[in-house]
Design a protein around this ligand. Structure first.
Ligand code: NAD
Length: 252
């Protein structure tokens, strides 16, 4: 660690020690060590594939085929991914009562896999490890959808109502999940410390949460390998690798 990072880490450890409520907010950067590429880094998902907007998914069987194909191409990475040191640190904060919940933009289920109860993971962009029906909301497993998709070249319809199935993620142009956004806002407004971890903080409205927290009186900490638009507003910026900053150290 360079001197800046060492000083920042000491300040962060002292802050955690002095705080009652710490809310972690995670982005794709916390999962890159687990083998899931992020969106915007070189070679990330964004640079390889343009996202399929929600209205295109609804309108065209071709777009749906493309979306499912891409999703199943990621199956190996998603199925093999295991929580990393960052996920484990957060799971410890939740288990000790320091964190009431974790807010995540990630869709990979790794916070739940690290032992955080589903109700304590506030997913603002949904979850890609299962599908839901766009009409009735019923959950369907990908292990059921995949062989049917491969046999017929399209995903099956909902078993309950015949509606369209889609991974339970929020696509561009799709409404944000209201209850998750409400909870995220409340957590941001009520915490002592808000820690943004591994997010480029450019996708709104989720990226507005750090500033909501700060404007409500919380200390703002940012952990990321690159600068973010919120760095100037932060009290502590830890610029470096998440896997070495949140590395199962006893004092964090
Ligand atoms: P992003 O790709 O925009 O930003 C990730 C940030 O993390 C970047 O600034 C990058 O420099 C940093 N980073 C990557 N690996 C790091 C590491 N090991 N240590 C420190 N910093 C690291 O991701 P975002 O802000 O989460 O927004 C993108 C959207 O993409 C989200 O809405 C999310 O839904 C989706 N997404 C999710 C996953 C996932 O679930 N794991 C993966 C890719 C994209």
């Amino acid at each position: 660690f360079d001197d800046d990072l060492k000083q920042g880490l000491a300040a962060f450890a002292a802050l955690l020690d002095a705080s009652d409520t710490v809310v972690p907010f995670t982005g794709a950067g916390i999962s890159t060590d687990s083998g899931i590429p992020d969106f915007r880094s070189p070679g990330g998902l964004w640079t390889r594939n343009k996202p399929i907007p929600f209205d295109a998914f609804l309108a065209s069987a071709e777009a749906r085929r493309e979306a499912w194909q891409r999703r199943f191409a990621m199956d190996t990475a998603f199925n093999a991914a295991r929580p990393g040191p960052g996920h484990r640190t957060i799971a410890r904060w939740v288990a000790s009562g320091l964190s009431p919940a974790v807010i995540t933009q990630n869709i990979d289920n790794l916070h739940q896999d690290s032992g955080v109860a589903t109700e304590s993971v506030v997913e603002v962009h949904g979850n890609t490890t299962y599908a839901t029906c766009l009409s009735c909301g019923r959950r369907h497993e990908l292990s059921w959808i995949r062989p049917l998709f491969e046999a017929h070249g399209e995903a099956p319809d909902c078993q309950a109502c015949g509606g369209l199935l889609k991974t339970a993620t929020i696509s561009f142009g799709q409404a944000m999940p209201q209850e998750a956004m409400r909870r995220a806002g409340e957590l941001a407004r009520r915490c002592d410390v808000f820690v943004a971890i591994g997010s480029s903080l450019v996708v709104h409205p989720a990226a507005g949460l750090p500033l909501i927290a700060r404007d409500s009186g919380a200390w703002l900490v940012i952990i990321n390998r690159e600068p973010t638009p919120c760095d100037e507003a932060a009290d502590i910026v830890l610029r470096g690798e998440i896997g070495s900053i949140l590395n199962d150290r006893a004092d964090l």
